[in-house]
Design a protein around this ligand. Structure first.
Ligand SMILES: *Cc1c(COP(=O)(O)O)cnc(C)c1O
Length: 224
C-alpha cells in the first residue's frame, strides 16, 4: 500500500520525461517523510539549510544523494563538503573558491551550478546575465580543480503569470546555451539546467529543465 506522500511522489515522477531528474525538496519536513519517499524509490533530496541537512543525513540510508539547493554561506561549506553531491546555487567566486578548498580537503570533486538571476524580484540571489559572463570571462574558476561547473540554476518570479515564468526559464536556457558554446563546448559535464518547482515545473520542463526541485507537491505544505 502506498502512502499519500508516496502517491504524490509517483504521480510527479510519472509526468517526467526520461532525461529530467527529480530533486525531492524535503526542507522543513521530518525524516520520516524523507524515508517514505526513499521507500518509494526516491534517492535525490534537496535541503536548503546546513544544520537541518546535518541532522537528517545520519538518519537516512547511506545511498541517499544530497543536493544543497538554497543560499549557502561560505563558512558552512565545510560541514557538507564530505558528502554533498551537487550545490545548486553558487553565485560568487568567493563561495566557489571555498567549496573548492573544502572539496580538496576531502579529496573530492564537488559539482556546482551557477545561479542566474532572471526573475523580476530583487530579493533573489544569483548572477545577472552580464555578471555571469564577467565571471566566466575572468576565468579564475578555471584554476579550481576540486569543483566542476555542471550547469545553471534559476528561480522564476513567484507569480501567476505563466507567460512571465515561461519567458524567464526561456532566458535561462538561452544563457545556458550561450555559456555552453563559449566556455564548455568540450565539457560534457556542463549539462544541467535546474529550474522548476511545485507550481511551475511543467513549464520549466517545456523550457529545457533537466533537474526539477519539487517540495510541497510531494511533501505537502511546510511548517516553519
Ligand atoms: C523550497 C525550494 C524549492 C521547492 O519549492 P516548492 O514550491 O515547495 O516545490 C525549490 N527550490 C528552492 C531553491 C527552494 O528553496
Amino acid at each position: 500500500m502506498l502512502t499519500p506522500l508516496q502517491q504524490q511522489l509517483l504521480q510527479v515522477r510519472a509526468t517526467l520525461p526520461q532525461d529530467v531528474e527529480l530533486v525531492a525538496v524535503s526542507k522543513f519536513h521530518p525524516v520520516e517523510a524523507l524515508q517514505e519517499a526513499y521507500d518509494a524509490g526516491q534517492r535525490i533530496f534537496g535541503e536548503s539549510r546546513v544544520q537541518e541537512l546535518e541532522q537528517k543525513r545520519p538518519l537516512m540510508p547511506a545511498d541517499t544523494r544530497w543536493h544543497f539547493i538554497g543560499h549557502l554561506q561560505a563558512n558552512k561549506v565545510k560541514y557538507i563538503a564530505p558528502y554533498v553531491e551537487l550545490i545548486h546555487a553558487v553565485d560568487s567566486l568567493k563561495l566557489l573558491v571555498e567549496i573548492d578548498r573544502q572539496a580538496a580537503r576531502c579529496g573530492r570533486i564537488i559539482h556546482c551550478l551557477l545561479q542566474v538571476h532572471v526573475a523580476q524580484e530583487n530579493t533573489k540571489y544569483g548572477f545577472l546575465p552580464n555578471e555571469l559572463f564577467d565571471f566566466l570571462e575572468k576565468g579564475e574558476w578555471r584554476a579550481l580543480s576540486n569543483t566542476c561547473l555542471a550547469g545553471l540554476m534559476c528561480m522564476a518570479t513567484n507569480t501567476d503569470n505563466e507567460q512571465q515564468i515561461r519567458q524567464e526559464f526561456h532566458q535561462a536556457k538561452s544563457l545556458f546555451e550561450q555559456v555552453k558554446v563559449r566556455y564548455f563546448s568540450k565539457v560534457p559535464t556542463f549539462s544541467q539546467c535546474s529550474w522548476g518547482m511545485s507550481d511551475d515545473y511543467p513549464i520549466a520542463i517545456e523550457e529545457g529543465s533537466t533537474l526539477i526541485r519539487v517540495g510541497s507537491k510531494i511533501f505537502g505544505e511546510r511548517h516553519y
